[in-house]
Design a protein around this ligand. Sequence first.
Ligand code: SAH
Ligand code: MG
Length: 216
Amino acid sequence: MPIESQAIDNYITGLLGPRYDLAHYDALLAAAAAGGLPPISISASQGQLMHVLVKATGARRILEIGTLGGYSGTWMASALPDNGRMVSLELSQKHADVARANFEAGGLGDKVEIIVGAASDTLSRLIAENVEPFDIVFIDADKGGYVDYLTKALQLVRKGSLILGDNTLSEGVLDGATDTGIALFNAAMAAELRLTSALVPVMKSHLDGLSISVVK
Ligand code: SAH
Ligand code: MG
């Protein structure tokens, strides 16, 4: 019998949830919904994976592209050391306002900077400013921008940094005609000689994917 995706996600979340403050994460989602934001955050089980990746790499600087209500950002930023920082890029002022309140509710207000604007422009500015490299970049904004974000992310990292691509398994990767940009991103990621990559299926209401690339 095939395993149902949501049941697996519920199992993972239930198994490991007690080790995290799941009530807080649920409250973040509730605040996002109350603020009128769409329910398109990562799942809790994916948040756990990303939290572990931050810890495992000892990341001190995270760049997130696509803040929404600060849900994925909280999973990552809460794994940072005391001197860690996250910069999160968001187009919508409304989303940024909800996220700011959510980060503050989680005691992460001092760790997280949200930059409002088109991510492509902000990334170009960060490159021009020659900012300290990021240890992890999480790409999760408009799918049509993913290839551009990957190109720019590669200019904002160092050897050993991780670049994560969200929502990288979908119908569109199997059928190019319905692709929203993910198939192009996956192809660019796979062809990129500066990266060693894996594309990991993740479970939520449906099967999705997270690409994990390490910079050579
Ligand atoms: N990472 C979040 C979900 C992000 S949803 C989480 O899992 O919790 C995608 C977000 O990208 C939305 O908030 C949307 O407003 C933002 N976005 C869309 N186009 C963008 C752009 N060009 N630049 C920056 N952010 C953008
Ligand atoms: Mg996503």
